[in-house]
Design a binder for this molecule. Sequence first.
Ligand code: FDA
Length: 302
Amino acid sequence: MPNRLLLAAARKPGLKKLITGTPITKAVARRFVAGETLEEAVQAARNLNTGGLGAILDYLGENCSTGEQADAGQDAYIASLETIVSGHLDSHVSVKLTQLGLDQSFDGCLARMEKIVARAAEARTTVAIDMESHQYTDATIEMYRKLLGTHSNVVLCLQAYLKRTARDIEGLLPLAPKIRLCKGAYDEPNEISFDRHETSRNYIELLEMLLLGSEYTAVATHDDLLVRAAVKTARRLSLPLERIEFQMLFGVRRELQIGLAERGYAVRVYVPFGDQWYPYLMRRLAERPANMRFFAEALIRG
Ligand code: FDA
């Protein structure tokens, strides 16, 4: 589980103002965020592709409050897809439904998703749906089910720290889902979520369900134990390499990303970009105490 105190503090508007207003924070954010513009994200994706790694462009933003903002999110994704095509990039896109108006209207969000997914299908690429906090799990799965009715180029992220996820996977398996499995990055109540140790145990069990039951699984983790478990399970089940893709975050464990690619595994790196980087940065700081030290030292060095 990520550091709860930090995630709770991060929600205070005063702290947000303080942190985003400090130039040094922007420099720290650059470790995890490719840049504020699409051009910078494309350059990062190109560098990854040159090194044999795929990319996933993520235009940062969440919980928009108007239809205009949601339309702007949609347009940013369409522009990202156009650039993927024109730049011949090996890249997916990944979206947050609350960036596309889920808080305002499920149907409005679905209409925007349909446009993005259709454009991605023309571009022969994939749209992944990030999983946000538990208040959105049902609606996100429902959105995925609806999109699967017309398109197969959609991936859904599920979180191993939620106790419900085994049931969710069971319900989805008959639909031949494409799932990205992660641990989970939000501050969730104990009643519905596992602790750190139990999350890893659950991750391995869910991975086995997915590898046995679906054609494609994205193993989204930097955890050596889980990466080893995935490799071991895939070998035991004699799965072809294409059934599994390792996914990691920009700026995190680059040596592991490259090492897996050199061993012949597909590796894809999540490349966040845009000026709404604050919540993303805070989640990255919260999941690793050493990042807080790195951040504090940078602030002190000024
Ligand atoms: P863990 O946090 O235990 O880290 C294992 C090791 O990796 C650490 O010891 C450290 O070496 C390194 N590491 C991990 N995080 C680091 C960091 N921030 N900085 C530096 N080193 C770090 N979550 C979610 O709730 N919804 C989502 O849609 C997604 N989507 C997503 C996509 C992809 C491609 C990835 C890789 C991750 C996500 N996540 C996510 C985030 C995920 O839930 C989780 O918070 C992080 O991946 C960290 O968990 P690990 O499994 O890496 O393990």
